[in-house]
Design a protein around this ligand. Structure first.
Ligand code: NAD
Length: 419
């Protein structure tokens, strides 16, 4: 696997980001005690019969960081480097993210430490169903609603929905989002994260007076979030000059043919070997001069050792936690405009919320309705964060955290759930 990632503990980063925003909000110690840490942490063993007949035990987690504003909400990640601290960090970010876009959910996250690229469909299905049974006491449409994250997809959600429904005796679509359309999924959910990233980039370009037509773009991570953002930017006239995935990178200074690249990725699962492009290493890709850099892979991609070489006007965090606190400081000093993760990639959870609303009402919307509502939410949230950034003269990440953390603190205070 190619990687530029450093081994920084994502949960330490989440706590440091919390403290910076809580200080700026002058949040009382009582409020911090109430909202900073996860409400519930579950570690489970997931024994699975592998295709060769032996049993392999996977370690897995579900964390509910907060249910102060509504049911916990957050994806499930399958990756060899999943740890409990990573899941806690991702759950924490979900809480602030749902509050930034003002949807009535708290934050949660799940993960299984596994290597899905080396597992068969049958092994993945058995692991998913066993994992779903293990976290069954925690999940439900009114309690905690999982969704896809890295290396999980609508099929994974279908298996979880089916496993959960079998225990109840009837189909319960609202237990997960990001489902296939035929099972109660929402039109527009699959591309929602990338589309939300796109809307926030448009808002940032507006703010900075940068034309999207002809703007140069680099995307790290060509999965669900990264490829859709690249596609929409390409359609809007931007020039996507380089992208990579976990195995290789491709570069063309005149602009890559993004529909062609998406076709290749769908066929082979890789961007490697794309014609009309040169190979580029993961390190070089992050150093390319561009207008917009979209980290859309994993945590800690931009850090103390490589941030100074980043040469862009905008960093749009499609991934969760791709810039470390030290990386933040360096980008800020270099005048890079940051669209922080809990704002930038919140389109996914926003359309997950729309999906849950549709499931609960048994009434489904047209794709254009979903896009229009998503655009409104993303642009309003961008404006809200930008206002704090300019009024309070704080970095965009601190501004986004202030908005999210402030809303959660207010909800907890008003509920008085901790007398
Ligand atoms: P995905 O599994 O669809 O894609 C991940 C992509 O990243 C793959 O193309 C993989 O090859 C690539 N990748 C992995 N390691 C890499 C590395 N070191 N360098 C370059 N590329 C690498 O996952 P996704 O859903 O697109 O998630 C990507 C990021 O977006 C994650 O941080 C995730 O938490 C975040 N996110 C996703 C959603 C969503 O709805 N899918 C919502 C919000 C945030």
């Amino acid at each position: 696997m190619i990687t530029t990632t450093v081994q920084e503990n994502a949960y330490d980063v989440a706590l440091a980001n919390f403290d910076a925003a809580a200080d700026a909000l002058e949040l009382s110690q009582d409020s911090r005690e109430m909202i900073k840490y996860p409400e519930r942490v579950l570690t489970v063993s997931v024994p699975v019969r592998m295709d060769d007949g032996h049993i392999h035990r996977f370690e897995a987690y579900r964390v509910q960081h907060s249910t102060a504003r509504g049911p916990a909400k957050g994806g499930i990640r399958y990756h060899p480097q999943v740890t409990l601290d990573e899941v806690k960090a991702l759950a924490t970010w979900m809480t602030w993210k749902c509050a930034v876009v003002n949807i009535p959910f708290g934050g949660g996250k799940g993960g299984v430490t596994c290597d899905p690229k080396h597992m068969s469909q049958g092994e993945l299905e058995r692991m998913t169903r066993r994992y779903a049974s293990a976290i069954l006491p925690l999940i439900g449409p009114a309690q905690d609603i999982p969704a896809p994250d890295v290396y999980t997809n609508p099929q994974t959600m279908a298996w979880i929905m089916d496993t959960y429904s079998m225990t109840k005796g009837y189909p319960i679509a609202g237990v997960v989002t990001g489902k296939p359309i035929s099972l109660g999924g929402s039109l527009g959910r699959n591309e929602a994260t990338g589309r939300g990233v796109f809307y926030t980039i448009l808002s940032a370009c507006d703010h900075l007076g940068l034309a999207i037509k002809g703007a140069t773009v680099v995307v790290q991570g060509f999965g669900n979030a990264g490829s859709i953002a690249a596609q929409l930017l390409h359609e809007a006239g931007a020039k996507v000059i380089a992208v990579n995935d976990s195995t290789a990178g491709v570069y063309n200074p005149k602009g890559l043919d993004i529909p062609g690249l998406m076709h290749l990725k769908a066929l082979t699962g890789k961007v490697e070997g794309f014609p009309d492009a040169e190979p580029i290493s993961a390190e070089e890709l992050l150093r390319l001069k561009c207008d917009i850099l979209v980290p859309a892979a994993l945590e800690n991609a931009i850090h103390a050792r490589n941030a100074a070489a980043v040469d862009t006007k905008i960093v749009a965090e499609a991934a969760n936690g791709p810039v470390t606190p030290e990386g933040d400081r360096i980008l800020e000093n270099h005048g890079v405009f940051l669209i922080p993760d809990i704002l930038c990639n919140a389109g996914g959870v926003t359309v997950s919320y729309f999906e849950w609303v549709q499931d609960e009402q048994h009434l489904f919307w047209e794709a254009q309705d979903v896009y229009n509502r998503l655009e409104r939410v993303m642009k309003t949230s961008f404006r809200d964060v930008l206002k704090i950034h300019t009024d309070r003269k704080v970095p965009m990440r601190v501004a986004a955290n202030m908005l999210g953390i402030g809303r959660v603190a207010e909800a907890v205070q008003i509920r008085g759930i901790y007398p």
